[in-house]
Design a protein around this ligand. Sequence first.
Ligand SMILES: [Ca+2]
Length: 155
Amino acid sequence: MSHMCVNYKDKGFLSTKSVCESHDGYSWYKNTTLCYKFNLEPTIRQEGKQMCEHDGGRLVKIDSQKKQQSIVDMIVSTPELASVDHFWIGADDSQEEGVWRWTDGSLVEFSNWRAGRPNAGRVDEDYAAMEKASSYSWNDFRPQKEFVSLCEMVF
Ligand SMILES: [Ca+2]
């Protein structure tokens, strides 16, 4: 059981604290309105994805700079997360090389790749992860890598 689930709300009209905390094991992160739970044991990408989806969530969809920054803020201010090197996120180009999509099928428009990534020639690196060593920009990896998954609940 290795996952971390967040709920991100751009708009503040929902009573997301109570919604968040009504889900078993979830915690409310007031500074960025993130609702999350996590387990620090890393897994391969498919296992992390399945665990996110098992309780109705998904691997996180980071579709704006604001959301990227909110997640980074949460990570660096949470001691158990601040030491984690990589987090699986919901983007992959496994269906069509070079066409990155989120798990809901939408195209990746906003992106935050580190310099030189994704590697155009490395067809086996189809899955995105946030990387602490590059200020939580994204890098592409093979799915067999074992990382902590970063998931969100969509209410
Ligand atoms: Ca690829």
